[in-house]
Design a protein around this ligand. Structure first.
Ligand SMILES: Cc1cc2nc3c(=O)[nH]c(=O)nc-3n(C[C@H](O)[C@H](O)[C@H](O)COP(=O)(O)OP(=O)(O)OC[C@H]3O[C@@H](n4cnc5c(N)ncnc54)[C@H](O)[C@@H]3O)c2cc1C
Length: 208
């Protein structure tokens, strides 16, 4: 397999295993992680269940120039039959914190959208029902500016916590950005054009 890095497969295995331990998997069939059920295998595969692990995995990829992709529910991704030559980080983060006095919720990007809506409704919050049938995670919806019934993410997302890749000789950084930063357009955002895929891993939504 060809890599856009000076390391070969075994060296990448060593680097990633050191950071991710035995949760690092090899040759995982990607068809099992996408809605379309097609595609080959990922050389390396990791399920991040908490934000810190998401950060660790991406930091290792940044530091060693290892190709990676952050995968949510896989409802908007098709992998090649050749598979993915790098690390697929399956985002399983799922922490949801409601702040009733501010009518806000802080939610990990791996949270399934339908679960958020259901939990919000059970607490009497409204305003995000439009997206009920949307398959996928918060991270995928924020990345794509998911839209339905004429409503998009820009209407409810106030802030996003981003992990920005290294740039201009500076290491990666974690920043909270306002919704303007995302440059939302119809089913698209600034994240599409960035030189390395970003990792949005949390957001604030105010329910109206
Ligand atoms: C039956 C069906 C109906 C759909 N209906 C709609 C609809 O009505 N409106 C609509 O807008 N879309 C729709 N979609 C498309 C899709 O469901 C949405 O775009 C959804 O938000 C994708 O979320 P996901 O978690 O599945 O993302 P994935 O498919 O896993 O990923 C999509 C992209 O987002 C990136 N990404 C995922 N998580 C993150 C993250 N945390 N940080 C940075 N990048 C990330 C991935 O790298 C990838 O490039 C539909 C899809 C299906 C299959």
């Amino acid at each position: 397999m060809w890599y856009n890095t000076l390391m070969d497969h075994d060296q990448i295995q060593t680097v990633l295993h050191k950071v991710l331990g035995d949760d690092l998997k090899n040759d995982v069939s990607l068809r099992d992680y996408t809605t379309m059920r097609v595609g080959g295998a990922s050389d390396f595969f990791y399920e991040a269940k908490v934000i810190d692990n998401l950060i660790l995995a991406l930091r290792a990829c940044f530091e060693h120039d290892i190709p990676y992709i952050v995968l949510g529910s896989g409802s908007n991704v098709i992998f090649s039959d050749a598979g993915f030559p790098g690390l697929v980080v399956h985002n399983m983060t799922s922490n949801v914190s409601f702040i009733p006095e501010k009518s806000q919720v802080i939610v990990d990007s791996g949270t399934i959208y339908a679960r958020l809506i259901t939990e919000a409704a059970s607490r009497g919050f409204g305003g995000i029902e439009y997206w009920f049938g949307l398959p996928g995670t918060i991270g995928g919806a924020v990345h794509n500016n998911a839209e339905t019934w004429g409503h998009d993410m820009g209407e409810v997302v106030k802030q996003v916590t981003m992990m920005l890749p290294p740039a201009d000789g500076k290491p990666e950084r974690i920043e909270q950005v306002g919704i303007e930063w995302m440059q939302y357009r119809y089913r698209g955002s600034r994240l599409f054009g960035f030189w390395l895929c970003l990792c949005a891993y949390g957001l604030y939504a105010r329910f109206r």
